[in-house]
Design a protein around this ligand. Sequence first.
Ligand code: PRT
Ligand code: ZN
Length: 287
Amino acid sequence: MESEKLTLAIQKSGRLSEGTIELLKLCGIKVSNEGNHLKALAEGFPLEILLLRDDDIPQYVADGVADIGMLGMNEVLEKDKKIDVVKYLGFSKCRLSIAIPRDAKYTGIESLEGKRIATSYPVILEKFLEKKNIKADIHSISGSVEIAPGIGLADVIFEIVSSGGTLLSNGLKEVDVIMKSEAVLVAYPNLTESKKKLLNKLLFRIEAVQKAKSNKYILLNAPENKLNEIVKLIPGMKSPTILPLAQKNWFSLHSVISEDDFWNVIDNLKSAGAEGILVVPIEKMVL
Ligand code: PRT
Ligand code: ZN
């Protein structure tokens, strides 16, 4: 159907908003959220946007009220609804960790036996403790979990950590990372064929953005007698572009290199005789 739209649920405001809007923008989708509305319009893709608290997104997607959603993997696991995780999005990264008062002892997960643990993630914690066969007293609280040990409400906390600053300022130390989290794209499991097509179109754009982020465009100059060796170091998407320079026996090579082994490749290129190396970001990458 020509006019069909996907309904996307995103966080109204909070730690996910910036990354979400930025990713959509890189996908060519502009969200205009003027005023305090529940819905926003999107330009550049057939999307209707619902602006929600992140806690509510799993239920909206499980019910099919929203076709897709963007939220933290921690919230997906905590709410435990029947929804599909279709893509890891790479922003709002954090970890869910065990933390204890600075002077307390911890020798491993077994140290949690019989302890009072404060958390805003009771479902994840309960499953974890059950798997490890540990009995503890879980106190579910919805905010400021870090103050619980200080006011005598708990011995231990299980909470999101990012920089570690909040733990530090509450006299706590991180002793075990239980899981890592980042923003994910989730979907209603029973999307119609036409909505699945739209979702695939959106995924295609997200993947092009992600590939571009993890790669760089490289330009360099090389003498003719070093070309073969240098070409092997920067194979690129198919093979590098080689253009003759005005100076005789010199060439310009253009290629794409991965962010992962970036500095190794640069070192090897220099040793192999490459000169005038330029590295520039790529905006989109379609293979
Ligand atoms: O209003 P709404 O319900 O939508 O938002 P919220 O307050 O529940 O969530 P929000 O905006 O705080 O976080 C949304 C999501 O961002 C979380 O579900 C995580 O997936 C992700 N995220 C990434 C974080 C953090 N980093 C983070 N640092 N969520 C929370 N924190 C908090 C944490 O709870 C702790 O109190 O920040 C504190 C720790 O930070 P550091 O840097 O001091 O370690
Ligand atoms: Zn929330």
